[in-house]
Write a new protein. Structure first.
Length: 424
């Protein structure tokens, strides 16, 4: 463990999720932008008190380093502490980043039909099933307003009766679809809870990397100042050695830390994109369920009401026929009354245009979800491509760190004394 390693710090509180909107338009988030090293350095700020503490620690370390003989083992141990500064935290951050980047990559593969049983895929398949069922029950396909006089005397020949009978038959299947959608929503919410936990861990790791970057920056300035003091005192050789053997590894280590921070920030943003997509999917499914269920339940109620009304009208017609035969004197009044009853029966029939409008609303909702899914796949594909590039950039630095550790483990140890501490 390097004497420049920092202690653990509490994880900052995660930001509250934005309030859900009631708007129907679903807009997929933009692809995650590539994070440069300079941007990553300030992504997780270090408070001023901690900065002062790190600066004092760096100045103390630089003073001890400048006071040592550049050829002594103690000087080499100090330089080695610089090259291994924050190594454990960088490895931990790289491990978390890899797990986080696996999530959007796996979700994208499943969305493109390459396997996977993630919640997004299950919800998508259920929505496809719901759309197929609703399309089959579209009144435009049933041609409810067409001619039906020839077939209406046959059993089941009335198109309206057959249309609503199909509703009743499909009710159990629709209930299963709605139940599956609810289950998919629960899985999406569980995924988001897991994502929030991983984001909190990543935020803590990025906070540690920010502190190491601040420490490396302070060491850079302190060692440069000590080298300038040695030059001013006429000790040019010591100043040159200090810059070559200490300042170079400091800046090299800072570059490694900033590169790892860029990869970590990229992974954090990618997982947040997945979380936002899940939220949009949950809202979209809620809206589809609300509109579809309302339309279908209304259709079932209307079908039942029409059946009861038809039964009553048949009884009234039969009663009027018997009454006409028995009481001829009232035939004119019965004719007028029968016409009024038939007019009333015709006016109570379901309004096909309104039913068609209800289905149009359903299709608009389903089309909005389809458009969102198509746009989100392209967006997430760009995100994964950008993230894989950043991981590739980080691999050489991690490999170089590993090779340095292997070389150090094989080198013979010098002395058994405890290395000097940088400060409490």
């Amino acid at each position: 463990m390097s004497e420049l390693d920092l202690g653990s710090t509490p994880a900052p509180a995660a930001a509250a999720a934005p309030a859900a909107s009631n708007a129907l338009v679903l807009t997929p988030p933009a692809p995650v932008p590539v994070v440069e090293q300079e941007q990553a350095a300030g992504a997780v700020p270090v408070d001023s008190a901690r900065q002062l503490e790190l600066k004092a620690r760096a100045e103390s370390f630089a003073g001890e380093l400048a006071a040592l003989d550049v050829r002594s083992p103690e000087f080499s141990q100090k330089v080695n502490a610089i090259t291994t500064m924050g190594d454990a935290d960088m490895r931990s951050s790289a491990s978390v980043s890899s797990r986080m980047l696996d999530r959007p990559a796996a979700a994208l593969s499943a969305a493109k039909g390459k396997g996977g049983a993630d919640a997004q895929t299950r919800v998508s398949n259920t929505l496809v099933d719901l759309r197929a069922t609703v399309t089959e029950l579209d009144p435009a396909r049933a041609d409810l307003g067409g001619a039906k006089k020839v077939l209406k005397f046959l059993p089941g020949g009335d198109k309206i009766q057959r249309y609503f009978a199909k509703y009743e038959t499909a009710q159990s299947h629709l209930n299963a679809i709605i139940k599956s959608l609810a289950s998919g929503q629960d899985e999406l919410r569980k995924d988001n809870a897991s994502i929030e936990t991983e984001k909190a861990n990543m935020w803590t790791a990025m906070g540690k990397l920010s502190e190491y970057n601040e420490l490396a920056s302070a060491l850079d300035a302190a060692v440069e100042a000590k080298a300038a003091e040695l030059e001013a005192a006429g000790n040019t050789e010591a100043a040159t050695t200090l810059r070559a053997d200490a300042l170079f590894p400091i800046r090299q280590r800072r570059q490694d830390i900033m590169t790892q921070m860029a990869v970590s920030v990229q992974g954090y943003m990618a997982l947040d994109l997945v979380r936002k997509n899940n939220i949009e999917l949950i809202k979209g499914v809620d809206r589809a369920q609300t509109t579809t269920i309302a339309a279908l339940r209304t259709a079932v109620i209307v079908a039942q009401a029409l059946s009861r009304q038809k039964l009553v009208l048949d009884q009234i017609t039969a009663l009027n026929t018997v009454t006409s035969n028995l009481i001829e004197s009232t035939s004119e009044q019965l004719r007028i009354q029968g016409g009024q009853i038939n007019q009333q029966a015709a006016s109570s029939t379901i309004d096909i245009d309104k039913l068609q409008a209800a289905f149009d609303n359903v299709f608009q909702t389903m089309d909005a979800i389809d458009t969102f899914r198509a746009q989100a796949v392209d967006s997430m594909s760009q995100t994964v491509t950008a993230l894989e590039g950043q991981i590739t950039r980080a691999k050489p630095y991690l490999e170089r760190t590993r090779q340095g550790e292997v070389s150090e483990s094989r080198a013979p140890s010098i002395g058994t004394s405890t290395p000097p501490q940088l400060g409490s």
